[in-house]
Design a protein around this ligand. Structure first.
Ligand SMILES: NC(=O)c1ccc[n+]([C@@H]2O[C@H](COP(=O)([O-])OP(=O)(O)OC[C@H]3O[C@@H](n4cnc5c(N)ncnc54)[C@H](O)[C@@H]3O)[C@@H](O)[C@H]2O)c1
Ligand SMILES: [Zn+2]
Ligand SMILES: [Zn+2]
Length: 366
């Protein structure tokens, strides 16, 4: 059997390269997965910023992996060799928020998912020269032929389900759908505006339709994305750069019940907040670097917060999304395009240019 291969980022501004790596040994709570598919999420491009990259390169990215379990650690009881799993974000299982069933707000979230190392600072991949490569990105680093995940961040799914379709549930789609279904708990007849209809926003649009919202507004700069949003459930579409955006959003009504921002752009977030009715809810998920400056009075009666991973518990929420997909209500295939793992740089360029909404990377099968 040949050595595993992985997509490695060695410099924040260099292309990704495919390298042979050595993985392992497993900790008692870990599993080894043969990756069948992995989605590319915008958060994978955070280490393209020098300040982020400085702390974690060289690094194997990927946090929407799906595959087949090859080996399990000695304490793993809910996952067996041969199981099919979707990999998601990790959590400690012991802190207050984990115990309350809210692992997205685990006190260890940043360390376990965004440090690219384990909680104790270790990693489990070496390059061909025997040097450390950080491979604990979201406790999976699944842009690879093989990955090490944990029992807590892996969700076992039925073997008949298509791993290459369902892979992106692990982060982007869970984030958009969860913001609507778990965090806002949108009810029939309510209204929502979604700013930015990429992978996260389109998942939110589909979820809003599932929830029975009747005024579902999609805002983006790409006409093709607005057309797709309409096909997937948006009842109105607006351009993010149109001059009268603030007036157009409430459409003469008393204001919207909810807004979801995926753009992380302060001026867009402020437009969204201004479109809410008193008591409306603003949910922010975009990962940006700019600060939001707002006069407190603009927040009168507004509920606002930044939401991680759709406030989901993956073991509970991913099976719900799979049922919606099975019933044709959550059309993942409309968002995705497949690439061979070796085409990772094309996938990144297409995603950045808006040509592909959700790239799915497929490693070679041996
Ligand atoms: N909070 C979380 O847990 C979490 C999880 C996953 C992703 N994210 C973040 O969510 C964001 C969205 O991810 P994505 O994969 O959907 O990205 P994406 O780039 O596919 O979607 C963003 C969309 O915003 C649109 N946009 C840009 N400027 C706009 C403007 N002025 N007006 C209207 N629309 C505009 C773009 O055209 C694009 O379609 C990213 O920042 C990502 O890092 C957060
Ligand atoms: Zn925790
Ligand atoms: Zn992500």
């Amino acid at each position: 059997m040949s050595n595993p291969r992985a997509v490695v980022l060695r410099s924040y501004d260099a292309p990704f390269q495919i390298e042979e790596i050595e993985l392992g040994p497993l900790r008692s709570n870990e599993i080894r997965v043969r990756v069948v598919a992995a989605g590319l999420c915008h958060t994978d491009l955070l280490p393209r910023q020098k300040v982020v990259a400085d702390h974690m390169l060289p690094l194997i990215l990927g946090h929407e992996g799906a595959g087949v379990v090859e080996e399990v650690g000695s304490d793993v009881s809910s996952i067996a060799i041969g199981d099919h799993v979707l990999m998601s974000f990790d959590s400690c299982g012991d802190c207050l928020l984990c115990l309350e069933g809210k692992p997205a707000y685990c006190s260890q979230f940043r360390t376990l998912n965004l440090s690219a190392r384990r909680g104790d600072g270790t990693t489990s991949a070496l390059d061909r020269e025997g040097r450390v490569v950080n491979n604990r990105w979201f406790a999976q680093s699944s842009l690879a032929t093989h990955a090490i995940a944990t029992e807590r961040n892996s969700v076992v799914i039925d073997k008949s389900l298509p791993l290459d379709v369902l892979a992106p549930l692990g982060c982007g789609l869970q984030t958009g759908a969860g913001a609507v279904l778990n965090e806002m708990e949108v009810r029939p007849g309510q209204s929502i505006v979604v700013f930015g209809v990429g992978a996260v926003g389109l998942a939110a649009i589909m979820a809003a339709k599932i929830a029975g919202a009747t005024d579902i507004v999609a805002v983006d700069l790409h006409q093709s994305r607005l057309d797709l949003a309409q096909e997937l459930g948006a009842t109105r579409v607006l351009r993010g750069d149109q001059e009268d955006l603030r007036q157009a959003l409430p459409d003469g009504g008393p204001g919207l019940d909810f807004m979801l921002d995926t753009t992380a752009l302060p001026e867009i977030i402020r437009s969204g907040i201004s479109s809410l009715r008193a008591g409306g809810r603003a949910v922010l998920v975009g990962a940006g670097t700019r600060e939001l400056s707002i006069h407190p009075s603009e927040l009168t009666g507004v509920n606002i917060g930044y939401v991680l991973e759709g406030s989901a518990s993956p073991q509970r929420f991913l099976p719900i999304l799979i049922e919606h997909w099975r019933a044709g209500r959550f059309q993942i295939e409309k968002l995705t395009r497949s690439y061979a793992l070796a085409e990772i740089n094309d996938a990144e360029a297409d995603m950045n240019a808006g040509r592909t909404i959700k790239p799915i990377l497929i490693p070679p099968s041996n």
